[in-house]
Write a protein that binds this ligand. Structure first.
Ligand code: B4P
Length: 183
């Protein structure tokens, strides 16, 4: 099963991806985690990504695609994968379709819907480096302008499913399992 988890900052993509990955035994691929680990290791990609992430912007498509492509095509992803935080632009989504063009295709795009005002508090409580009010506002702006256009993109393909992310974590997981047909 090929799954994309999609939604604004802090909607719970990472939280839910961890559960799905465990229950379906498929890899969880988080571009946010991959980029944070590149920043920590001070690799060339990490050095380029650091400043952009600190401002709440999007790392360039070129960099993100370079880290996702090999991963998605690797052997452990042949039975499926969960993409968490990727794609975040229409260009990333088009490139993903292009390099999956070997028989694999995305089965479900789960859009986790939340209210921005409530999420601000959720993220401030989490307290990651990019969870400061000004940066969070920028991340929302970036989401609205760059990532929301993916909604019609995946609606047209008939694979977009809305999930209510304003419930307890377990309830969100239950809703996702129903959509995926996993009980
Ligand atoms: P991400 O790591 O994807 O960060 P996120 O959107 O904030 O996280 P997520 O939605 O997964 O929230 P989580 O489950 O942790 O991206 C970080 C940065 O990396 C981006 O800003 C960008 O710069 C860069 N980047 C990543 N991918 C990129 C791409 N494809 N292209 C370009 N740049 C890219 O949940 C947040 C908190 O809420 C947690 O504390 C959690 O416990 C809590 N929570 C979750 N669900 C809850 C619920 N139902 N109720 C209450 N609390 C809940």
């Amino acid at each position: 099963m090929q799954i994309i988890l999609f939604g604004p900052p802090g909607c719970g993509k990472g939280t839910q991806a961890t559960f799905i990955s465990q229950s379906l035994s498929i890899p969880h691929l988080s571009t946010g985690d991959m980029l944070r680990s590149a920043v920590t290791s001070k690799s060339e990609i990490g050095l380029k990504a650091k400043e952009i992430m600190e401002k709440g912007g999007l790392v360039s498509d070129e960099i993100v695609l370079s880290i996702v492509k090999d991963r998605v095509l690797s052997i452990d992803c042949q039975k499926g994968f969960i993409l968490d935080g990727f794609p975040r632009t229409v260009n990333q989504a088009e490139k993903l379709e292009f390099f999956l063009n070997n028989g694999q295709s995305i089965d479900f795009v789960l859009r986790i819907k939340v209210n921005e005002e409530d999420i601000l508090k959720r993220l401030i409580d989490r307290g990651r480096d990019d969870d400061k009010p000004e940066i969070i506002k920028n991340r929302f702006k970036t989401y609205n302008s760059e990532t929301e256009p993916l909604i019609p993109f995946y609606e047209e393909r008939g694979i977009l499913f809305n999930i209510n992310g304003m419930q307890e974590i377990e309830k969100v997981s239950e809703e996702i399992k129903k959509v995926l047909g996993v009980f």
